[in-house]
Design a protein around this ligand. Structure first.
Ligand code: NAD
Length: 275
């Protein structure tokens, strides 16, 4: 039987209509949490996400347990509206677990970066997390329990060419998380679980986000050739992670016994940042 240690807790996972965020939403649901999913996508994609998260809860679950909250995270006003709606859905308290996962990127040299892309990437990858955290952390602090897990990247720890806005946003969220961790380090107690803020920093993970970069390295060959070339550049394990590998780390960080793990950034990168 699975360990439903998050029963009675509520979680919001941004960007959970696909990829890593969807796997995190499923894993937190399996651990017993009520789940607010968020993310772009057509009706079919949202319905698929809701269905698979409900299945992870063990079956026939209604809106009270898993719900989609629509917000384009480029817009602070939409984030405010979403956080009010999520707060009402939780019965007024707000979420116990906040996973800022939504992310976008655009790989071109700095001098070719369209200004609008820069703005969008900073807005989704960094500013959205500031807004959700500023709205969720007061409730967590007053209840003495809260978990913020920000999905950064190895690109929050080291740089790569052609990723100016992505690297800037991911270094930014690593720094933002440390400040939030310090400001909330003394909230709650060992028994209540405290309020922690951490980053998870994946290397290559098998999702749609990196397909353009695989395609760019195929050089007339197969997708496998593109994957091999991509991994060979930086990830010594030569293996991509699966979204559920990242989700497992997020779930562990939500445990009570992780109360003293805060302000940290955890690479899951096959040795990339050990070099
Ligand atoms: P993905 O493209 O599969 O998912 C991104 C999610 O963000 C989707 O649900 C999408 O709808 C949502 N999103 C995008 N723009 C949005 C907006 N304006 N408003 C609301 N939601 C929006 O990507 P993924 O690979 O699952 O990436 C998830 C996170 O993991 C990102 O922050 C990414 O930077 C990070 N990451 C991914 C990898 C990787 O190799 N895939 C590596 C390191 C870090």
């Amino acid at each position: 039987m699975s360990d439903t240690f998050l029963a009675g807790r509520s979680a919001l996972v941004t960007g959970s209509t696909s990829g890593i965020g969807l796997a995190i939403a499923q894993a937190l649901a399996a651990a017993g949490a009520r789940i607010a999913i968020n993310g772009l996508g057509d009706a079919d994609q949202v319905a698929h996400a809701l269905r698979t998260v409900r299945e992870a809860c063990g079956g026939d679950i209604d809106e009270a347990r898993v719900r989609h909250f629509d917000a384009d995270l480029r817009r602070p006003g939409a984030i405010d509206t979403m956080m009010v709606a999520v707060g009402e859905w939780t019965g007024g308290d707000g979420v116990d677990v906040l996973v800022n996962n939504a992310g976008i990127q655009h790989a071109v040299p700095l001098v070719e970066m369209p200004v609008g892309k820069w703005d969008d990437i900073l807005a989704v990858n960094l500013s959205a997390a500031f807004h959700t955290m500023r709205l969720a952390l007061p409730g967590m602090a007053s209840r003495g329990f809260g978990r913020v897990v920000n999905i950064a990247s190895v690109h929050g720890l080291v740089a790569s060419a052609n990723k100016a806005s992505y690297v800037a946003s991911k270094f930014g969220i690593v720094g933002l998380s440390k400040v939030a961790a310090l400001e909330h380090a003394a909230a709650g107690s060992r028994d209540s679980g405290g309020v922690t803020v951490n980053c998870v920093c994946p290397g290559w993970v098998e999702t749609e986000l990196i397909e353009p970069q695989i395609t760019a390295r195929r050089d007339g060959g197969s997708r496998e050739d593109g994957v091999r070339a991509l991994l060979g550049e930086k990830q010594p394990s030569l293996r991509m992670s699966l979204p559920e590998d990242i989700a497992s780390m997020v779930v562990w960080l939500c445990r009570r016994e992780a109360h003293n793990v805060t302000g940290a950034s955890f690479p899951i990168d096959g040795g990339w940042t050990a070099q």
